[in-house]
Design a protein around this ligand. Structure first.
Ligand code: ATP
Length: 204
């Protein structure tokens, strides 16, 4: 199974792009959604988070995500502890999930991918790109959050140039080029690559 990563800055349009791939029948693993699920449902992950952050970080059996975000936002060491608990669990869940997929390729979507190095385990990386001001406007409109907090979150992410330097493919979501044709072209490339690879493997 060929695995393809999709990442991008806050509000770049990762989810929007992934929904398009899904309409073409490509399975998508949403790493952040899976992380949230594991933090509530995986007994080992729950135990380790409680050991590190205290029992009270769970309220009625559900992780207090806002409370935890506040703690790790201002404490890099604690963020590292949290990542060291959640990241391997998500990796394993992705591994098991991808082995179950019946498709020429599957996608792993995550906001944090290059930072954690998980893109290195994937066969290709797609970066969704849009200018910062546009991303801020879209997130403010989508979440009703204030501009300052969105910019503060962005400042903690990789720079756009750094992210783009790791990309095998870039999807331009600045509105200059239509999104759907870009996704379709890329999908065809990835399908073509897969069938070429298959022919090469069977002829070897
Ligand atoms: P986050 O990092 O916050 O999870 P994301 O990268 O997944 O965001 P989306 O949620 O897909 O980004 O897009 C952010 C917002 O911008 C959404 O409300 C989406 O509908 C809107 N949006 C995305 N692409 C476009 C576009 N090409 N034109 C107009 N609106 C768009």
């Amino acid at each position: 199974m060929r695995t393809v990563g999709i990442t991008g800055g806050i509000g770049s349009g990762k989810t929007t792009v992934c929904r398009m791939f899904e309409t073409f029948g490509v399975p998508v693993f949403y790493a952040d959604t899976e992380a949230a699920r594991l933090q509530n449902e995986d007994p080992e992950v729950v135990r380790r988070i409680k050991d590190a952050f205290g029992e009270e970080i769970y309220v009625n059996g559900q992780l207090d995500r806002k409370g935890l975000a506040k703690i790790v936002f201002k404490d890099a060491a604690k963020l590292e502890v949290l990542t060291s608990i959640v990241h391997p669990a998500v990796q394993q869940a992705f591994q098991e999930w991808s082995e179950r997929q019946q498709s020429p390729y599957c996608i792993r979507e995550a906001a944090v991918m290059i930072e954690s190095g998980s893109h290195r385990d994937l066969d290709a990386l797609i970066v969704v790109h849009a200018p910062e001001d546009m991303r801020v406007r879209r997130v403010v409109k989508r979440d009703g959050s204030d501009e300052e907090s969105v910019r503060a979150r962005m400042a903690r992410q990789l720079s756009e140039n750094e992210r783009l330097s790791h990309a095998d493919h870039v999807i331009d979501n600045s509105g200059e080029i239509l999104l759907l044709p870009q996704v379709l072209t890329l999908h065809r490339n990835l399908m073509e690559h897969e069938s070429t690879q298959h022919r090469t493997d069977t002829n070897a």
